[in-house]
Ligand binder design. Structure first.
Ligand code: GDP
Ligand code: MN
Length: 392
């Protein structure tokens, strides 16, 4: 789950990181009020930033400066409602504008292959880091945090030197790098990224500050962080993902045309592999989970059919705790309720499979075939998809 900048900054502040003060506004009037307060308190300018879960807001015109309350209101009016890469801006962040002397990039990311947290830094911060990474990979410095002891002071210092940060900011940098690591661990994040980490001129002298923040939380860990889960921005999520999560289904949409309904992640992956081997393309990964009841089956069916690319459906259920008859009932019910008719091949083995077969046969649905083995089911589903694609 990705966090909006204003939420990400809250998590950074909780670990004691230097984040300039900010407010969040949903209307231009609110933005004006916030800007006015900062300007009266001595800020020369304010920065107004679109809060959307996509990068490159600056380039898209979603980050602007304003020198007066009037100007802040005008700028906020422009940014609110703006479309950035397909997302409509609903909120802006308002903050005293920083007087930036230099911009760096610093991030902690989970390196799954190494099974460690990777600290990445670059002296070429501010711009899109993907471009820097592609064109000048050498300018991105990397080191792994110690797997047991975390990010050590000497590692953070090594990164500071690699980025060419003067000794002036060494202590601050070490605190910040360790703070990023702490934010990552405390929240079970996959990514904590600051771009730019800027040297900012302040009345108290030049200081390192986190001007932007991007955090991605491991979805599987959200149960442990209800406060973070509450930061979820449903408006920016794919409705299909929202629906799947509400129903407790793991669903990932793919490019093919064979919808898959399977119980168990391993079986789902095997089913997808077999579809590919038989010359077909799966339209999704879908694990309806253990012990699925008929309402869950119906919800899963609705998700599959919502994808207009789906030309055939393959149901592969290994009845254990999930009972075959319960699933069969769900399938029949879902077939009756569905708006779109797509050929379906069902293979149910295990608990109550005979009863399942009887229920499916009694349904008298001409587009519903059953198969005794997985190979047979896959073969039929691939053939059905080809046939209905030709017919369409
Ligand atoms: P992004 O484009 O979505 O990554 O948004 P950022 O928050 O990183 O802003 C993009 C750029 O706007 C930064 O690299 C800065 O150059 C500039 N910017 C952001 N905040 C401020 C600020 O407070 N003062 C000034 N002068 N520039 C800022
Ligand atoms: Mn940025």
């Amino acid at each position: 789950m990705k966090l909006q900048e204003y939420h990400a900054k809250r998590l950074l502040l909780a670990q004691g990181l230097p984040v300039p003060e900010y407010s969040v506004a949903a209307t231009a009037d609110e933005a004006r009020t916030a800007a006015d307060a900062y300007l009266k308190a001595g800020a020369g300018k304010v920065v107004i930033k679109a809060q959307v879960l996509v990068g490159g807001r600056g380039k898209a015109g979603g980050v602007k400066l304003a020198g007066s309350a009037d100007e802040a209101q005008t700028v906020a009016t422009q940014i609110l409602g703006m479309d950035i890469k397909g997302t409509t801006v609903q909120r802006v962040l308002v903050a005293p504008a920083a007087d930036i002397a230099a911009e760096y990039y610093l991030a902690c990311v989970l390196d799954r292959a190494a099974r460690k947290v990777l600290l990445m830094g670059s002296a070429e911060g501010g711009v899109e880091i993907e471009v820097v990474a592609a064109e000048r990979p050498d300018s991105i410095k990397q080191l792994h945090a110690h797997p047991l002891l975390g990010l050590l002071d000497h590692q953070a210092r090594r990164m500071a030197y690699a980025l060419g940060l003067g000794t002036n900011h060494l202590k601050e940098f070490v605190t910040i790098a360790k703070g990023l690591y702490a934010t990552m661990i405390a929240n079970d994040a996959d990514l904590v990224e600051i771009n730019p980490l800027a040297i900012v001129n302040t009345p108290a002298g030049a200081q390192l500050q986190c001007l932007d923040a991007k955090i991605t939380i491991d979805d599987s860990a959200l149960e442990r962080h209800p406060d973070v889960e509450a930061m979820r921005d449903i408006a920016e999520e794919d409705p299909v993902d929202v629906q799947a999560r509400e129903q407790g289904l793991s669903f990932i949409r793919l490019d093919g045309n064979i919808g898959c309904m399977v119980n168990g992640a391993g079986l789902a992956m095997t089913t997808m592999d077999l579809i590919k081997r038989a010359g077909g393309e799966p339209a999704n990964f879908l694990d309806i989970g253990g012990g699925a009841k008929h309402d869950k089956v119906a919800a899963a069916m609705a998700l599959i059919l919502a994808d207009m690319n789906v030309k055939a459906i393959l149901v592969n259920i290994f009845g254990g705790i999930a009972r075959g008859d319960e699933v069969a009932h769900g399938l029949v019910e879902a077939r009756r309720a569905q708006s779109r008719h797509v050929p379906m091949v069902v293979r149910i083995v295990g608990t109550n499979s005979e009863e399942a077969a009887r229920i499916l046969a009694e349904a008298g649905d001409p587009d519903l075939q059953t198969a005794a083995t997985l190979d047979e089911a896959v073969e039929r589903a691939v053939a059905a998809a080809i046939q209905s694609a030709v017919a369409a």
